[in-house]
Design a protein around this ligand. Structure first.
Ligand code: ZN
Length: 365
């Protein structure tokens, strides 16, 4: 099969790899749609070390072609969503209520699994980490539940937004946009999007922002204080991964409020906290961080929101690619050219091995 891999620090490309085989509780899925993510760019840049030949990607949907003998609820032919993060549910971090962190541990271990930007991918513990996609939800929408909706909503959920509360979202990229929508669904009455790119400002309004602060045109902290009558916001969400935006998020949050970091801080040894904005340590502000949660129950809930029509991620897809042109999709994500939000890769079913053929090959092995 073809797979999009890191070919060295700073480079990526398509290589041939064997189709994965499932472990006893795993599933192998034929990819139908996948998304590139900015974190793939960070990974290729060396953010997690030299992972040469590792298949990239963690946002995909597809059709199951093979399951291990202990899988109960999924079978070949099922159309499924896989989460970006596949927790190990027997890990102690999972038992402590932080399943995403068990998977984060996996990223750093030598047992790092191949990603989903390939014609087939494997999912560990299929019964716990896959969800059936409802018939009314197309692949192009369901695939956003893997990471963008899940992570953006996790940021809004962690922010403890009071009904009628005020929220500032720093950077309206795909995660920020879904955090904006999540804040709106959770009952925020005034949402401020901090974003300099015109097209993203428009999308932020589409997904629920009531006001926009353009950091290129206005000092951000002053502008947010002005918009909130000098009070600041109940909650701030950082969806960029920069020290300056996290610092501004802390400054604009009211005493007692919550700041949620969803951005990936990819460089530097420390991240500073503004002393006065932090009330010299006494303002009772909570700084939380989130990683995309995993698990079937959450994926099912997110898919239900899409099925009901309350969530429609379609405007996030700004570009569509074929598997042959995945390097172009990656470059677009790396350069953030052409106002890209998310590049969607659609895998053409007709040219790929069919499920039965794969099963025949698997049996022959
Ligand atoms: Zn992602």
């Amino acid at each position: 099969m073809r797979a999009f891999v890191m070919t060295g620090i700073g480079s990526a490309g398509i290589v041939e790899k064997p189709v994965p085989r499932p472990g006893a509780r795993d599933a192998v899925v034929r990819t139908t749609a996948a998304l590139f993510c900015t974190s793939d760019v960070h990974t290729v840049a060396g953010g997690l070390g030299d992972l040469t030949n590792l298949t990239l990607g963690h946002e995909a949907v597809g059709v199951i072609v093979e399951v291990g003998p202990e899988v109960r609820d999924f079978k070949p032919g099922d159309r499924v969503l896989a989460g970006a993060v596949n927790p190990n549910w027997s890990d102690l971090l999972s038992q402590s209520g932080h399943p995403s962190q068990s998977a984060l541990g996996d990223w750093r271990s030598p047992k790092l699994r191949d990603g989903v930007l390939a014609e087939f991918f494997a999912v560990s513990d299929a019964d716990a980490n896959l969800a059936h996609i409802p018939p009314g939800v197309p692949d192009e929408k369901a695939v956003y539940c893997a990471d963008m909706i899940s992570t953006g909503f996790a940021a809004a959920e962690r922010a403890n937004i009071p009904l009628g509360g005020t929220v500032a979202v720093f950077a309206e990229g795909p995660v920020g946009l879904m955090a904006t929508l999540g804040a709106s669904l959770l009952g925020a009455a005034f949402i401020i999007g901090v974003e300099g790119v015109h097209e993203r400002q428009e999308l932020a309004r589409h997904f629920g922002a009531h006001a926009i602060v353009d950091p290129g045109a206005d000092p951000v902290v002053e502008a947010i204080l002005r918009l909130t009558g000098g009070e600041g916001v109940d909650c701030a969400i950082e969806a960029l991964g920069r020290e300056t935006t996290l610092s501004a998020a802390i400054e604009v949050t009211k005493p007692g409020g919550t700041i949620v970091n969803a951005g990936y801080h990819s460089s530097g040894d420390t991240i500073g906290i503004p002393r006065i904005g932090w009330g010299a340590g006494m303002a009772e502000k909570t700084i939380a961080s989130v990683l995309c949660p995993g698990g079937r129950l959450r994926l099912q809930r997110l898919l239900r929101l899409v099925e009901s029509g309350r969530v429609d991620p379609t405007p996030l897809t700004t570009h569509v690619f074929s598997p042959e042109t995945m390097l172009d999709a990656f470059e677009l994500m790396r350069t953030k050219g052409d106002n890209v939000i998310k590049p969607l890769v659609k895998f053409d079913e007709a040219r790929l091995p069919r499920a039965e053929e794969h099963e025949r090959l698997a049996a022959a092995r």
